[in-house]
Design a protein around this ligand. Structure first.
Ligand code: NAD
Length: 431
């Protein structure tokens, strides 16, 4: 699949540099810095699977728990051929800040398996899910650490993981994992939550900037879960997405699909595979211009929504951003490097940082946990209404911090989040 990950880019370095920067702003003491700039716990393990064609393949799996001072740690599991422990560390750290910035009582964790589900049958994937749980079954649980889906993992994967955990522990515990299918402990609204959350914060940003949403256009990188629902809600609010991009598995490259006056997410979805890859020939047949994958960033739009992978707006690409871009809403985790951040700040572009913009997923996962633990399920309007309230409140807390202390939005979000986690560590007497 997918990726433009390069060996020189290390997301953990980025996460630590961002943390060091905010630790300086907050003048954190040395023990608190030492505690928060690395994970509390890490598990690395092997998962043997019996291949359909015969033979055994041994995969590497990870679980990193960055911090749980504010509650059980929480974070997704990614299946990716280029997964690394440092990527998982960075994502675990970002989860801690994400839960803290939206003020939900959870810590941060992340997991992964180095594999490519494109090349694996359902039976092989089930073995990976069950094998992952077996390796960390004592270290994860409803009141310890709660996994969830992420890149290339699905509700079906979560259900296999839940089943394995329940078999091992001899009890039903749907609060062990989130992102489950609706009807089997899943929450209505979870599928929409991350993408909608991005747009709830974007809606507030545009209001604050005095820009009417229905006058704006956007370019979106990615057409997976986050991007699809972000596009839908943004267009319902009157905005126009003119370009989306996706990864072409067969050609091992990405493409941009452009259509004026706007793309049609239903039309694109009908020609998209289950990993979010849009079929090039069918898109052309439906009147889309197909451009090279990195062209998403240079579109003449008001809003950019990176919603694919980390390390996409970099020192190399940031200069190609169109002069008209006024807002960047980071749907993906870690899409922007610190070097590119400096340029964005200098250009006065309003940034909604990743761990605020895409916190809708974990917020809804928290709602799912609450529902699963109480065995009482809410309707979709209730879930999405509560989500909107949380995201809107978090956005305004961050933007108020940014204007009061004259901080870049990313720094303001970090100040709020790190402060909350540091306080929890101090209050518990850890530092
Ligand atoms: P997904 O697997 O559903 O979709 C990923 C999309 O990105 C696909 O359309 C794929 O084709 C595309 N893509 C991959 N590499 C690309 C490239 N180099 N150029 C262009 N397109 C590319 O993943 P998702 O769940 O939508 O997650 C996207 C991002 O959002 C990730 O960074 C993830 O960590 C983050 N995120 C997801 C959630 C969630 O709830 N799904 C929550 C928070 C953050």
């Amino acid at each position: 699949m997918a990726t433009t990950l390069t060996h020189s880019y290390n997301p953990y370095d980025v996460a630590q540099r961002q943390f060091d920067h905010v630790a300086d702003i907050l003048e954190l003491d040395t023990p608190t810095r030492d505690l928060l700039r690395v994970p509390l716990r890490e598990y690395q393990f092997s998962i043997p699977i019996h291949m359909d064609g015969g033979g055994v393949k041994v995969l590497r799996g990870f679980r990193v728990q960055h911090n749980d001072a504010r509650g059980p740690s929480k974070g997704g599991i990614r299946f990716h051929p280029q997964e690394t422990i440092d990527t998982v560390r960075a994502l675990a750290m970002w989860m801690t800040w994400k839960c803290a910035v939206v003020d939900i009582p959870l810590g941060g964790a992340k997991g992964g398996v180095i594999c490519d589900p494109h090349d694996l049958s359902p039976r092989e994937q089930e073995q990976i899910c069950r094998g992952w749980v077996r390796q960390v079954s004592r270290e994860v649980g409803p009141d310890i650490d709660v996994p969830a889906p992420d890149v290339m993992t699905t509700p079906q994967h979560m259900l296999w993981m839940l089943d394995e955990w329940e078999v091992i522990h001899h009890r039903h515990a749907p609060g062990f994992i989130t992102g489950k299918p609706v009807g089997l402990g899943g929450s209505l609204g979870r599928t929409e939550a991350t993408g909608y959350g991005v747009i709830f914060t974007l809606r507030e940003a545009l209001r604050q900037l005095g820009i009417a949403t229905d006058t704006t256009t956007a370019s979106v990188q990615g057409f997976g879960n986050v991007a699809q629902y972000a596009i839908r809600l943004y267009q319902q609010l009157g905005g126009r997405v003119i370009a989306v991009s996706s990864w072409d598995q067969q050609a091992s490259t990405s493409h941009v699909f452009k259509k004026l006056p706007r793309v049609d997410p239903d039309e694109l979805l009908a020609i998209t595979d289950r990993f979010g890859g849009i079929d090039v020939a069918q898109a052309r047949a439906r009147g889309y211009d197909v451009l090279p994958g990195d062209a998403w960033i240079e579109q003449p739009v008001d809003i950019l929504i990176p919603a694919a992978l980390e390390n996409q707006i970099t020192a190399d690409t940031v200069g190609r951003m169109h002069a008209g871009v006024r807002v960047i809403a980071e749907g993906a985790n870690g899409p922007t490097t610190p070097e590119a951040d400096t340029v964005i700040q200098e250009r006065g572009i309003f940034l909604i940082p990743d761990f605020l913009a895409n916190a809708g997923g974990v917020t809804c996962s928290y709602f799912e946990q609450v529902q699963s633990n109480t065995n009482y399920y809410w309707d979709k309007d209730e879930v999405l209404g509560k989500l909107d309230l949380k995201m809107t409140a978090a956005f305004h807390a961050v933007s108020e911090m940014a204007s009061t202390r004259r901080l870049y939005m990313r720094d303001a979000a970090y100040v709020i989040a790190v402060n909350r986690v540091a306080r929890a560590c101090r209050d518990r007497g850890w530092v």
